[in-house]
Design a binder for this molecule. Structure first.
Ligand code: ADQ
Length: 489
């Protein structure tokens, strides 16, 4: 019904995220090549097709010269992308510093950096200043391209300051903000020195969205406890102005995965994989190499399983595909060596001259290779210590119509709330429990696998990325109209 009233496909949507969905590589003074970048946000928004969407964000490269900036803007315009140019110092302080070293770990319950408290506080302040400056630069570009009637949708923890900057430019702009990570308990958020300023800036938006009801509730309690505002079932109220707060669980473009399984190249890949691992059950992990994904914990649980189940040692293989990200941040470098060391030790311990139990790849796979891998997998292991949603679990389920494999899923991933009934839920910190659930998954009778898969497949097929975006934008339109009605009364 709503769709008839609102012509979604004609409304312009400005999607603002730290990164554009493409990465640029310089080929000459004024020539660029563009590649799609990996990650959950990009995967989800590529599934959103019904809007007249423009993307605004950083292209992932430093372009100090005007010739290069002009040429890149032109190349990006063909992909409906508009670049925000950030210099190296800002990227270092804002992106590597405040976003990835402070907000990301904090929102995933890993706490604030604490090696040297005084030094941390000093750099914290300059990083927060750079964060605000970068957000202002995004706001300038949005403001330059904004036309009346556009909807502006800001994404993620990189841009918490943006709603405020945008409303200062134009209080009539429809502004929504969505967080792709968890929003932590208010007791965690209150440790952040800039806690109040960030909450207030987000509250400038008309609609604030999270993946789960729990994250939305945590945000509202942070606003009530830290700012002393009033929380209502609708959102947060400040002097008669309501900021609507709600849950909008993301999904994937499931049909894209289902269709891919009929592509000859994917069928060929599947055949090769089946031959390569004939006689062994295939277990799979696909993650960005990040401490929140619990990769060491997952591998240690697999080791424990092999330790306790000698008869499985030559009958199962774990394929862990971990694409490196944020390679400039020292913690991520440490994690890479830690994972390599554990994998090496386990392969040395349980490997034979002809086979090893773990294949670990530090790289990204193309879409078709990934689909083939999902389809031949018997058991997928998603052991995030915290994860906003986790789309890998959705992608695996979408590719499992033939095989009906088992999903082992962390209870700390947002996806546990939607796929919990079909998956085996685990506490990833409990290595013994995860090891036991590997045994349970490998030995699960076909009827039970079928029943669990059916539940999850239905969910993944009916809760798509497209539906997620439509619901958010439709609610944002309604929220603005309601607010105007309230004011005119
Ligand atoms: P991410 O932390 O990036 O996303 P996730 O949701 O699992 O996590 O998405 C990862 C995406 O990257 C998937 O589409 C996956 O296929 C792809 N990917 C990962 N590793 C890959 C590899 N080695 N090769 C190829 N592709 C790979 C953030 C939040 C999540 C939230 C999403 C969307 O952390 O919790 O679900 O945003 O909101």
């Amino acid at each position: 019904e709503r769709q008839e009233v609102r012509p979604y496909n004609r409304q312009r949507l400005l999607v603002v995220a730290n990164r554009l969905p493409v990465s640029a590589v310089r080929r000459g003074e004024d020539s660029w090549s563009l590649e799609i970048s990996a990650g959950g946000l990009v995967s989800a928004l590529l599934g959103v097709k019904e809007f007249e969407a423009r993307w605004i964000g950083w292209a992932g490269v430093n372009v100090p010269d005007e010739v290069g900036q002009k040429a890149l803007s032109k190349a990006l315009a063909e992909k409906r992308c508009i670049p925000v140019f950030l210099d190296e110092e800002i990227v270092h302080q804002y992106y590597n510093g405040y976003c990835n070293n402070i907000l990301w770990p904090l929102f995933h319950y890993l706490g604030l950096p604490q090696e040297d408290r005084l030094a941390t506080t000093r750099s914290f302040q300059s990083q927060f200043a750079a964060y605000k400056k970068a957000n202002q630069m995004f706001a300038d570009v949005v403001n330059e391209h904004y036309e009346e009637g556009d909807v502006v949708w800001c994404h993620d923890y990189h841009l918490m300051f943006l709603p405020k900057c945008l409303k200062e430019y134009n209080s009539k702009m429809k502004v929504g903000w969505f967080l792709h990570t968890p929003f932590p308990s208010s007791e965690i958020h209150r440790t952040l020195p800039s806690r109040s300023e960030l909450l207030r800036s987000v509250l400038a938006a008309d609609l604030v969205g999270f993946h789960t009801y729990d994250y939305a509730r945590h945000f509202v309690s942070a606003c009530t406890r830290i700012l002393g505002l009033e929380g209502t079932p609708e959102g947060v109220e400040d002097q008669g102005r309501l900021t609507r707060v709600a849950a909008f669980p993301i999904g994937i473009d499931s049909e894209r995965f289902i269709r891919a399984l009929e592509v000859p190249e994917v069928i060929q890949h599947m055949k090769e994989l089946k031959e390569r691992f004939a006689g062994r059950k295939v277990m799979l992990g696909v993650d960005r190499l990040d401490m929140i994904k619990g990769i060491p914990q997952k591998i240690l649980a697999f080791e424990k399983f092999l330790e306790e189940n000698a008869s499985w040692r030559d009958k199962v293989v774990l394929l862990q595909i971990a694409v490196p990200t944020r390679t400039d941040v020292p913690e991520y470098q440490k994690l890479t060596s830690q994972v390599h060391e554990i994998v090496g030790r386990i392969n040395g311990r349980f490997g034979t001259l002809t086979a090893v139990p773990i294949h670990h790849l530090d790289r990204s796979l193309d879409f078709h290779a990934l689909c083939a891998l999902y389809a031949v997998t018997d058991v997928a292991l998603v052991t995030s210590l915290r994860d906003g949603m986790n789309l890998v679990s959705y992608e695996f389920v979408a590719c499992q119509e033939a095989k009906k494999g088992v999903l082992i899923l962390s209870e700390f991933a947002g996806a546990a709330q939607s796929l919990g009934a079909g998956a085996i839920l685990v506490n990833p910190w409990n290595i013994t429990e995860v090891a036991a659930s590997i045994g349970q998954a490998l030995n699960m009778p076909p009827e039970e696998r079928e029943k669990r898969h059916r539940h999850n497949f239905h969910h993944v097929k009916t809760h798509t990325a497209q539906e997620w975006a439509e619901t958010f934008v439709s609610e944002l339109n309604d929220t603005v109209i309601e607010a105007q009605l309230r004011i005119s009364k």
